[in-house]
Design a protein around this ligand. Structure first.
Ligand SMILES: [Zn+2]
Length: 179
């Protein structure tokens, strides 16, 4: 399986041909006699909530360098989404959480010409986490603040804007239902 359009077999290096399978034209390796499936790349991220504040990291890498984003990243092949999200949270912010304490919030799919992404988004309350925020891998600063506070200080990554709005919207809906 590959996530980009490939011209060569990832296993044997031979040039790939084409073959129709399951209703689509696929890349096919005649040497290995196998279809090279192309799939989206899974990523996982965590929104840590503390009242009306969230834990974001200032991106020290492109794209959107200098903007604030939710901790998260690529899943390793042998870890579940919750385990990967907890690992990324710790690597990027120094804040620790038990994977079992993460609540699945949403799953989204972003189609790009080069590589599409399945985003698996978790939420957790600050009270279920441990450790003080400290900049780590791929972040130049981390802190709890309101979304408005981050927007006034460099801005929130466009990837995370809708997610953060949805997290607070859903809570408002839940409060309204209970009132
Ligand atoms: Zn091959």
């Amino acid at each position: 399986m590959i996530t980009v359009v490939g011209d060569y077999c990832p296993l044997c290096g031979k040039e790939l041909g084409r073959r129709t399978a399951e209703g689509r034209e696929r890349r096919y390796c005649p040497s290995c006699d196998r279809i090279v499936w192309r799939n989206s790349k899974p990523v996982a991220s965590v929104v840590v909530r503390d009242g009306d504040r969230v834990l974001l990291g200032r991106r020290a890498v492109d794209p959107h360098r200098g903007r604030w984003g939710t901790p998260g990243g690529n899943l390793e092949h042998d870890e579940s989404p919750a385990v990967g999200a907890a690992r990324e949270l710790c690597e990027e912010t120094g804040v620790r959480v038990a994977p079992a304490d993460l609540t699945l919030f949403s799953v989204d799919h972003t189609v790009k010409p080069d590589r599409s992404v399945v985003g698996i988004r978790f939420v957790v309350d600050r009270s279920s986490t441990a450790g003080d925020p400290a900049a780590g891998d791929e972040t130049s600063a981390v802190r709890f603040d309101t979304v408005a506070g981050f927007e006034a200080d460099g801005g929130v990554s466009p990837w995370d804007r809708d997610l953060l709005a949805a997290v607070f919207d859903r809570e408002a809906d839940a409060d309204g239902a209970g009132a």
